[in-house]
Design a protein around this ligand. Structure first.
Ligand SMILES: Cc1cc2nc3c(=O)[nH]c(=O)nc-3n(C[C@H](O)[C@H](O)[C@H](O)COP(=O)(O)OP(=O)(O)OC[C@H]3O[C@@H](n4cnc5c(N)ncnc54)[C@H](O)[C@@H]3O)c2cc1C
Length: 392
């Protein structure tokens, strides 16, 4: 294979280039309409964990840990991974699927241990934990910095000869006789390619539509609320609260809250058009849950909010797939959890392009095929939690 063009300078485009380089593919160009990390990657909460019911997603996350833990050696940059651990707490109604999921995760090699609410209390001293039945702690989890990670990776890719064109929007794919041969940019420039990888999140949809390829990706608006606790909370683990349906972690001493019941995730028509601030409803709902969960914080104050767009598929799992066109591949639809699995997604995409099959333990490439939606074979967790969004 000679020439590869990757559309999208987010973490998925960058990790795909990284994995292709490791396979000896050298002629790689990434084309990014804006700047590297300007999409969902630059807005991510950055939570890293392997707690998934879908085995192949847990395995992608596990594979990815190696990159996050060793980035300084691998790409020569500190990507700001804070390995503070990842806690999940559930109520009685979810104990059964929770334990079954933990057993499955362990069988895949995930290091996760069940702990009691009493053991959690000192980790988050300000918290109320009596409405939880049980918890697990994944010590290798934590949170990262999406922007630092993709910038670090892009800098390293350039040193390896990868071309990264910013301000280079792809207008269309060039194809004939069931095969792609390159891309055309909005300024009319044509880039020839033997392989084109579309890694442009929700923006992938209009790129593939003219070829008759329908990607079932819906852009959704997500909202996160930042609360200043007014006190020093130390470095507690990321807290996934499957009782109040929220997640929280510290970022620069402030608490970043997100909602995990799906209520504040809203479908939008245009992936580029959504509010810059969270709605009052989302702020009020978060404040109410936060006060319930952290009664020990006496004077919490909403300091700011962040919003972003996620590219959701019907099963909330990615599309990492060949297409009916020779030379055309898709890695999109990360559905709001693509950061933590990105090194695995890039590896799998490169595996599919070069060898046609997965090299990652416990990852079946077919799980992520585009055709699963038309076939009605969604990739769903056998251990779904009642009341929670389907990404665990
Ligand atoms: C608020 C928020 C919180 C999140 N929290 C987490 C989390 O805690 N943990 C986690 O794992 N994940 C999380 N995610 C999800 C994660 O950030 C994304 O899944 C991941 O960053 C997606 O990367 P990507 O490369 O697929 O997409 P993007 O980063 O969006 O990159 C796609 C790129 O394609 C470019 N592009 C689009 N159209 C074109 C075109 N025509 N030509 C050229 N370039 C084009 C865009 O400009 C963009 O830079 C969160 C996302 C958001 C928004």
């Amino acid at each position: 294979m000679s020439k590869v063009v990757i559309i999208g300078g987010g973490i998925i485009g960058a990790t795909t280039a990284y994995a292709l380089l490791k396979k000896g593919v050298t002629d790689i160009t990434i084309v990014e309409r804006d700047s590297v990390g300007s999409g969902g990657t630059g807005k991510t909460a950055g939570i890293i964990r392997c707690h998934y019911g879908v085995s192949s997603i847990a395995a992608l996350a596990l594979f990815s840990l190696d990159f996050f833990e060793n980035a300084a050696e691998l790409i020569g940059t500190d990507i700001e991974f804070q390995q503070v651990g990842y806690l999940v707490g559930v109520g009685e109604e979810n104990v059964e699927p929770f334990r079954a999921s933990l057993a499955n995760q362990r069988s895949l090699g995930v290091e996760t241990e069940e702990i009691t609410p009493a053991q959690v209390q000192p980790l988050w001293p300000t918290s109320f934990v009596e409405d939880f039945a049980t918890f697990c702690l994944e010590k290798r989890g934590g949170y990262g910095d999406g922007y630092a990670t993709v910038q670090g990776l892009a800098a390293w890719l350039r040193t390896q000869g990868v071309t990264i064109k910013q301000g280079a929007k792809v207008a269309e794919l060039i194809s004939a006789d069931g095969k792609v041969s390159g891309v055309k940019l909005v300024d009319g420039t044509q880039l020839d390619a033997d392989v084109v990888v579309v890694a442009a999140g929700a923006w992938s949809v209009p790129l593939l539509e003219p070829l008759g390829i329908e990607l079932p990706i819906t852009p959704k608006f997500v909202q996160e609320i930042v609360i200043d606790p007014g006190i020093d909370l130390g470095a507690p683990p990321v807290f996934s609260d499957i009782v109040s349906m929220q997640y929280v972690h510290l970022r620069n001493g402030e608490m970043l809250f997100g909602n995990s019941d799906g209520n504040s995730v809203i479908s939008i028509a245009d992936p580029d058009v959504y509010p810059a601030h969270a709605t009052n409803e989302a702020i009020e709902a978060t404040a109410e849950k936060a006060i319930h969960r952290f009664p020990g914080i006496e004077e919490p104050r909403v300091s700011t909010t962040t919003t972003g767009m996620v590219d959701s598929t019907p099963d909330n799992n990615p599309i990492i797939s060949a297409t009916d066109y020779a030379g055309l591949f898709v890695a999109a639809g990360m559905s709001g959890h693509g950061f933590k699995i990105s090194p695995g997604v890039g590896q799998l995409m490169a595996d599919i392009i070069v060898e046609g099959e997965s090299s990652i333990a416990n990852v079946n490439a077919a799980d992520f095929r585009l055709s699963r939606f038309a076939e009605g074979e969604l990739l769903l967790s056998p251990y779904a939690y009642k009341g929670a969004m389907g990404i665990r």
